[in-house]
Design a protein around this ligand. Structure first.
Ligand code: PRP
Ligand code: URA
Length: 224
């Protein structure tokens, strides 16, 4: 099988679903715990979200195809590797922007697509309001970004939009997932690898993840 068309492989699956990886690194868990704390203010929350995303992306990108190259060190030629594909980050607006900013510090040449999707507060159904993806997105490895996977409606809608371009290698990165959201995305998009820092207990009657971290967009942008 061609390396670039190989299915995505999760680094460590959870047992819940083979496509789902919980990244339980102590540094990530410590930062997530601080982000969850209701006393954490906008500035610190924003910094933590960026840092967690940056740490998580190592694992998320573990199977990005590479190609062999040779560089000249000051002493001798040296065999090395470089990425064989471009990476497209697709933050789901608004809250995904906080993750993208953190990751761009590590992958500054990543392409950036934006998808505006919000959840109707009454129906909890996703409403798509904006889409701007790089023209060659189908030839890139795509990482969809949203801190919260609650009902899974927003993530599923975003992935559907991206797939319409022909993109096939799509990963989804979130900080906190609800079992309901994982079930929704894995059934609608069984080919997408999901990476999360935590799987929480349940959704409440308003569709919020419990214990969760509250409204991620409001905490990132100070709109609460
Ligand atoms: C939040 C969050 C996800 C979505 C998750 O966004 O950032 O996009 O809800 O919920 P779901 O899995 O049930 O779809 P929200 O709709 O609050 O929009 P915002 O980012 O503009 O605040
Ligand atoms: N969106 C959020 O920001 N938080 C949740 O818990 C659910 C949806």
């Amino acid at each position: 099988m061609n390396r670039l068309s190989a299915p995505l492989t999760p680094a460590r699956s959870t047992g819940l679903h083979p496509n789902v990886t919980v990244i339980a690194h102590p540094l990530i868990q410590q930062k997530l715990t601080l982000a969850r704390d209701r006393r954490t203010g906008v500035e610190q929350f924003r910094r933590l979200v960026g840092e967690i995303a940056r740490l998580m992306v190592f694992e998320v990108c573990h199977d990005i195809p590479t190609q062999d190259v040779v560089v000249e060190t000051p002493l001798a030629p040296c065999a090395g590797r470089r990425l064989a594909v471009e990476i497209t980050l697709v933050p789901i607006l608004r809250a995904g922007l906080g993750l993208a900013e953190g990751i761009l510090e590590l992958i500054p040449d990543a392409r950036l697509g934006h998808l505006g999707v919000y959840r109707d507060e009454d129906t909890l159904e996703p409403v798509s309001y904006y889409s701007k993806l790089p023209p060659n997105v189908a030839q890139t490895d795509v990482v969809v970004l949203d801190p919260m996977l609650a009902t899974g409606g927003s993530a599923s809608a975003a992935i559907t939009i991206i797939k319409r371009t022909g993109a096939k290698r799509i990963r989804f990165l979130c900080l906190v997932a609800a079992p309901e959201g994982i079930a929704a995305v894995t059934s609608t998009h069984p080919d997408v690898a999901i990476y999360t820092a935590a799987i929480d207990d349940h959704l409440n009657e308003k569709g919020y993840i419990v214990p969760g971290l509250g409204d991620a967009g409001d905490r990132l942008f100070g709109t609460h």
